[in-house]
Structure formats: structure tokens, C-alpha cells
Design a protein around this ligand. Sequence first.
Ligand SMILES: [Cu+2]
Length: 170
Amino acid sequence: MTRPIRALLLTAAALLPLGAAVVWAVSAPWSSVTAAAVSGEGVIEIPIRVHAWGFSPRVIQVASGQTVRFVASSDDIGHGFAINELGVNLPLRAGAPMRSSTVTVNLPDGVYEIHCSVFCGLGHPAMKGRLVVGMPRRDFVSTAPWLASLAVGLAAVGVVVLTLLRSRPQ
Ligand SMILES: [Cu+2]
């Protein structure tokens, strides 16, 4: 194996685990679970920051039966914060926080979509978050990015090991 090819392979092998780690961190379900404050009436207030093109936190976890109020604000342009199953749809302007009415989460354990309800440009269709109710069972779709990044990481380690073994002087 020539030296430039070996260098290229080693670089790729070093970068792949980094990419895998990013995929893993972004897709990990607990990566951005909200810290919510309980207000006086036992209503959990959930602050959400909305920006082009995403939600912070991206994943909101609530228990079934909990009464919540969403307080959403846009960091940049007009967006929307909507969860169809809860009948929540807040139109947002930059710098003007909006509170939803209080809603009791009477939904079966599961993962529900949070989406932007106001067209906000190129990334709008992909602007999604997740509302996790209770402790839903993991399905394959939610573990697929994990498994993929694990496989990529292992493959990268394999490439490094093979390259080092082959480049050993005989
Ligand atoms: Cu949008």
C-alpha cells in the first residue's frame, strides 16, 4: 500500500468514529430532554426555544396524565410550535414568548411529533421534535441510527487495525 493511500485511510478511519459519535449524540433520545419547572398549581411549565430549523429541547418527555403548559419562543423568525395530538398550535414571532393553555397529556405511552406549523423556509419540512409520553418501548426505527453509528465505529476501528497490521515491516 502506498503512503498517500495509507494516510488517506487512516484519516478516514479517524474521522468516521467522530461522525458516528455526532450521529449518536444527535439521535440519542435523552440528548435534549427538557428540564421543566413545576408552577404553583401543579402545572408543569415546559420552555421551548424555536429556531431555524429546530426545537430546543428537541425531545420533551412527560408522564401520561401530567398537566403541562408550553412556553415557546422563537429565536429568529416566525415559526410555529404544534403538537396535533394535544391540540397545541402556537404561532410564534421572534422575541415574543407564547404560552399554550394548560393541557393534560391523556395519551398512551408513545412518541408524538412536534412540528413547525408556520412555513419558515428551506428547512421547514424537516423541522421536527418529539414528545415522549411515559416510557414507550423502543422500536427498531429509534434504535437504527444507534446501530448504524456503532457499526460505522467498529468498521473504522477495523480499518485502523488492518492498516496498521499490513503496514508493519516484514
Ligand atoms: Cu416552519
